[in-house]
Design a protein around this ligand. Structure first.
Ligand SMILES: CC(C)(COP(=O)(O)OP(=O)(O)OC[C@H]1O[C@@H](n2cnc3c(N)ncnc32)[C@H](O)[C@@H]1OP(=O)(O)O)[C@@H](O)C(=O)NCCC(=O)NCCS
Length: 149
């Protein structure tokens, strides 16, 4: 199926109903409204949504920590995957990071999450280590990935 041209913009508090739908669709342990509210009030946090035909289908976020971008999450609703929206969000995030003078981006990803790992690798992210048992729901290891900007 092909969709309309996506729009990417900063996440707003009024987006949270739609964001929570995406979140529940994407994760076994979804973030709560309260957690997103905290992110939106954090002056060092940058969150973006992607809208397709007027509907929010995904989001991405990072924290600016000194001169690094720590990517907190990326999610695309399952009905809209493999259409380039995840890539578009990461691209927007990296552009913002460069604009802020950030020199490197990092994230953690489940070792089993081949879709996300392959998305990050397509931007040049490189695995630099493992955090053992990082995910408390199933004790899964996290791959730590870095990209120099
Ligand atoms: C990971 C995720 C964000 C990718 O979003 P997406 O919009 O489907 O990704 P894109 O269409 O932009 O794909 C870009 C590239 O990533 C890779 N990729 C994406 N999904 C893939 C899959 N299922 N298998 C293998 N590679 C995949 C491919 O290289 C792809 O390029 P291609 O389509 O030209 O082959 C999405 O699968 C998702 O939301 N998953 C659930 C939440 C999650 O795991 N988030 C990451 C937490 S760290």
């Amino acid at each position: 199926m092909s969709f309309g041209e996506p729009l990417i913009r900063r996440m707003e508090i009024n987006d949270l109903d739609e964001i929570l739908e995406v979140e529940k669709n994407c994760f076994n342990v979804p973030w709560t409204r309260h957690m997103f509210e905290d992110e939106l009030y954090n002056l060092n946090a940058y969150y973006y949504v992607i809208k397709v035909n007027g509907k929010i289908v995904g989001y991405v976020g990072f924290w600016k920590i000194i001169d690094e971008a720590h990517i907190t999450n990326v999610a695309i609703h399952s009905d809209y995957r493999r259409s380039g929206y995840g890539r578009a969000l990461i691209n927007a995030l990296l552009n913002k990071a460069r604009e802020l003078g950030i020199i490197a981006a990092t994230l953690e990803v489940r070792v089993s999450n081949l879709a996300a790992i392959s998305l990050y690798e397509s931007f040049g992210f490189i695995s630099s280590g493992v955090r053992r048992g990082y995910y408390s729901d199933n004790n899964e290891d996290a791959l730590i990935m870095w990209l120099k900007l």
